[in-house]
Write a protein that binds this ligand. Sequence first.
Ligand SMILES: Nc1ncnc2c1ncn2[C@@H]1O[C@H](COP(=O)(O)OP(=O)(O)OP(=O)(O)O)[C@@H](O)[C@H]1O
Length: 258
Amino acid sequence: MTPLLDVRDLTVRYPGRNRRSAPVRAVDGVSFEVSAGETLALVGASGSGKSSTAAAVLLLRRPDGGEVWFDGRELTALDEAALRAVRPAVQPVFQDPYGSLSPRLRIRDALAEPLRVQKRWDPVAGPARVAELLDTVGLDQRLADRRPHELSGGQCQRVGIARALASEPRLLVLDEPVSALDPSVRAGVLNLLVGLQERLGLAYLFICHDMAVVRHFAHRVAVLSSGRIARTTTARALYPTGTARPKTAVDTRKAAAT
Ligand SMILES: Nc1ncnc2c1ncn2[C@@H]1O[C@H](COP(=O)(O)OP(=O)(O)OP(=O)(O)O)[C@@H](O)[C@H]1O
């Protein structure tokens, strides 16, 4: 099966501290694939290149080398106009749930915004879609009138996920999505993400430094070290005695039924 995301020999460099120092090779020839319905975790020490890889996959930053293929198209070869059409399909969810939402916008407007920007807003279907998005992420409709600071961190991160879903993505780039949350609400948000993946067949590129979370949430794990992939393995192989997720979402459903 063709992977949904296929990253080949990705390189990201930043200028050195001063004119005489060499550029920083933040990502140095990284390759990996993620299929629909699959979670690949990117793990590694601070500074190993996880966020730079994510930014390149989201094409927030053009890579200095290599290719990013999505659904059979080479994104790195597209111009800005062509990329605009693809961007809704690849959505980020960031670590800081409050920082990723405008403090001024009520939740209903934060969820309507992607639809308006993508010229998909309809005065009748739009509000119904906003209500459906709140429902999908398990939030009460009454929260629609509130602003981010009136929500808990977990509620706010659910809004961030709903906002990503508004674009009907096929791949979510989850950059430490539960690290800033209270431990008591982390499991709820992770379970929501697992359920969404199973229902919608979403692919996840999951950046995380908490190996206990990786073990339960990811199907496969790529270990980054100094901008290179040191190892790619199944979560099960990393934790032979643990209870890692089965290999695919389909297997997960089978496991749940037994
Ligand atoms: N804008 C930048 N300018 C210069 N160097 C940068 C920049 N952003 C990142 N770097 C450097 O690139 C390397 C990779 O950084 P990156 O943030 O991608 O790693 P990371 O694994 O996501 O780290 P963390 O877990 O701390 O977020 C590091 O050496 C970092 O100092």
